[in-house]
Design a protein around this ligand. Structure first.
Ligand SMILES: Cc1ncc(C[n+]2csc(CCOP(=O)(O)OP(=O)(O)O)c2C)c(N)n1
Ligand SMILES: [Mg+2]
Length: 596
């Protein structure tokens, strides 16, 4: 044996591993087909992607699943998130291994906190190259560990369909959340046998959520029903879980039967008709000057029974856990047993919000009429006085003609938009202006905001995702100028896919929240909080969209009318007062400091 032949033995050779650029044969039925067939059965109509893993998209196009080609992965995942929230159907996104996968992380964190089911199919490096510093190789399992509900790699071709179905079931059952399937191109192009079509019936069909609707025990429900009858000042706090569970109708029913005052969190906005005499509006850390919450605060602070439904009882929703009275009795309805009792010792009701509220309403039906009408008699007039006081306090701002325009006035104008509207907003002040000053006049109105983790730049892609899920609705999105800059590129995505959303940019020339947060903590702010002059309409036009720059009320009205009939995405760039900030209670002291 000479020395060369020893070197040539396969085990000793470090030379080219198979995989990366090997020509792949996709004829016949392959793993990609098996996975896509499960998606099709799960009702998936579009996949958010950038053509990778290619085998998935070739298989998807063959069965009529369209691809929405995002410009950036982080925007793509926000689109997928909003599409799932609006359609109550799992969304699917794909990404290449490495840097592309990493850009899904923030969006997955949002979806985890907001309980939104998304399936990410992430390309893995070829199996033969794993752990050799293959191109763009990172540890995806560790990467998604903190933000996904479940992560698995598909290694065996015959089990690809099974894993895909399981991923969808896990994402949509219990507390919904995002999941990841890792699969390499070599596995995707392996041959396999078609599996039998999966059962798909009714509202438990694969891909829909909530997958299962559990209810607490009768004893626990009866205990809460009794507490509700006995309470003098009950309060139900509705979180985003009401929308996830499709529980608006059961909530309205319970409110009617029990004469129950209902407030919402930012995420729960739209859960109730805010013109209902027992609706308190949005509460939490936004109960300062000119908020409805300020005028409802005395009721909240004197509640003797607080029922949380589908809310994380997080910092903002509870004003840093200071808002609700210590002496009150608490009950919490949530699908996630780990959320129940997290921050408030309570009567535990682990179950689906819609099914549990319905079961509660059933128990109270016929028993609560006297209590309900007494409460209505006592509280409706009090709440109406609070609303009146709020209207009077807000009017000078909501009706102001001053320029640069006050955001409250901008809200007055956009709230006049008619028709079936899905509202969307970016993080920062935009979502607060929106939920504070555009009223929900129908239980179930959607206000799509990234308040899971409040990432900047989600608003516009969320609007695009909402429009994809419900093209017959008008979508109006509010965003700050800072947040808009995170995602301009997706205007082109919206135009390319024929998605005429209206985007209102609050152009205050500053990172507004950042300034107020720094002023609050340090009495000063740093130099990068101010932008130079900027032309957002030019950006819109460059992307093939339309737009108008606006600096007064008359122009704003014209722009809103033009946007309503435009068949292009339309950007309204509104010069806005940089001194204005929404009623975040913690910023109250700055009202005196900065004269308006
Ligand atoms: C991805 C991300 N980066 C940074 C932040 C921190 N942040 C929160 S609000 C804000 C300022 C936002 O400015 P703009 O979008 O112009 O809205 P404005 O507050 O001026 O209305 C910043 C930097 C964040 N929440 N998310
Ligand atoms: Mg700004």
């Amino acid at each position: 044996m000479n020395s060369n032949s020893a070197i040539a033995t396969p085990t000793a050779t470090p030379g080219p591993a198979a995989g990366s650029w090997v020509r792949q044969d996709l004829s016949g039925y392959r793993v990609a087909n098996a996975m896509v067939d499960v998606l099709k059965t799960a009702g998936v109509q579009e996949i958010f992607g950038q053509s990778c893993p290619t085998a998935i998209f070739l298989a998807a196009e063959a069965v009529g699943i369209r691809q929405i080609g995002y410009r950036t992965e982080n925007a793509g995942v926000a689109m997928a998130d909003a599409a799932a929230r609006v359609s109550r159907q799992i969304s699917v996104i794909t990404a290449q291994n490495g840097p592309a996968a990493a850009l899904l992380v923030a969006g997955f964190a949002e979806a985890s906190k907001a309980s939104v089911p998304i399936l990410a199919i992430v390309q893995e490096v070829p199996r033969a190259n794993a752990d050799k510093n293959a191109f763009q190789e990172i540890d995806h399992v560790a990467l998604f560990g903190a933000c996904a509900k479940w992560v698995r790699r598909i290694d065996v071709a015959e089990r690809a369909a099974e894993y895909t179905e399981r991923a969808i079931r896990i994402a949509t059952s219990g507390r919904p959340g995002p999941v990841v399937l890792l699969v390499s191109p070599d596995v995707l192009s392996q041959s396999c046998l078609p599996t039998n079509a999966l059962a798909s019936q009714g509202d438990d069909a694969l891909g829909r959520f909530p997958q299962d609707r559990m209810v607490p025990t009768r004893a626990r429900l009866a205990k809460l029903a009794d507490a509700l009858l006995a309470a003098r000042r009950p309060l139900l706090v509705a979180g985003g879980g009401i929308h996830i569970s499709d529980a608006c109708a059961p909530l309205a029913r319970l409110q009617q039967i029990a004469g129950l005052p209902v407030a919402t969190t930012n995420m729960g906005k739209g859960a109730v008709d805010e013109s209902h005499p027992l609706s308190l509006g949005v509460i939490g850390n936004v109960m300062g000057t000119r908020s409805m919450g300020k005028h409802m605060q005395s009721y909240v602070e004197s509640a003797d029974l607080v029922i949380f439904v589908g809310t994380r009882t997080n910092e903002n929703g509870t004003a840093s856990w200071s808002l609700f009275p210590e002496g009150a009795t608490y009950a919490q309805i949530d699908i996630d047993s780990q959320e129940v009792g997290r921050n408030y010792p309570c009567l535990r009701l682990v179950g689906d919000a819609a099914a549990t509220l319905d079961a509660l309403a059933d128990l109270l039906e016929g028993r609560a009429a006297a209590v309900a009408s007494a409460r209505l008699d006592e509280l409706a007039a009090t709440f109406e006085r609070s609303r009146q006081a709020h209207r009077e306090e807000l009017a000078p701002y909501a009706e102001s003609e001053a320029t640069p325009l006050r955001p409250e006035r901008i809200m007055t104008e956009i709230a006049q938009s008619d028709g079936d509207i899905i509202w969307a907003a970016d993080a920062s002040y935009s979502s607060i202006w929106l939920v504070q000053y555009v009223r929900s006049l129908r239980a179930g109105t959607r206000f799509i905001t990234p308040r899971g983790i409040a990432g900047l730049g989600w608003g516009v892609p969320m609007a695009i995702g909402a429009k994809i899920a419900q093209p017959q609705s008008r979508v109006i999105c509010l965003t700050g100028d800072g947040g808009f800059a995170h995602c301009w590129a997706e205007l082109e995505t919206a135009r390319r896919h024929g998605l005429p959303v209206t985007i209102v940019v609050l152009n205050n020339g500053v990172l507004g929240f950042q300034i107020n947060a720094e002023e609050s903590r340090f009495g000063t702010h740093t130099q990068v909080c101010h932008f130079g002059d900027f032309d957002h309409v030019a950006i819109a036009r460059a992307c093939g969209c339309d737009g108008m720059a606006v600096s007064d009320v008359a122009q704003l009205r014209q722009a809103l009318e033009a946007a309503a009939v435009s068949d292009l995405p339309f950007v309204i760039d509104v010069k806005t007062d940089p001194r204005a900030f929404p009623p975040i209670t913690a910023f109250e002291a700055q009202l005196q400091k900065v004269p308006e």
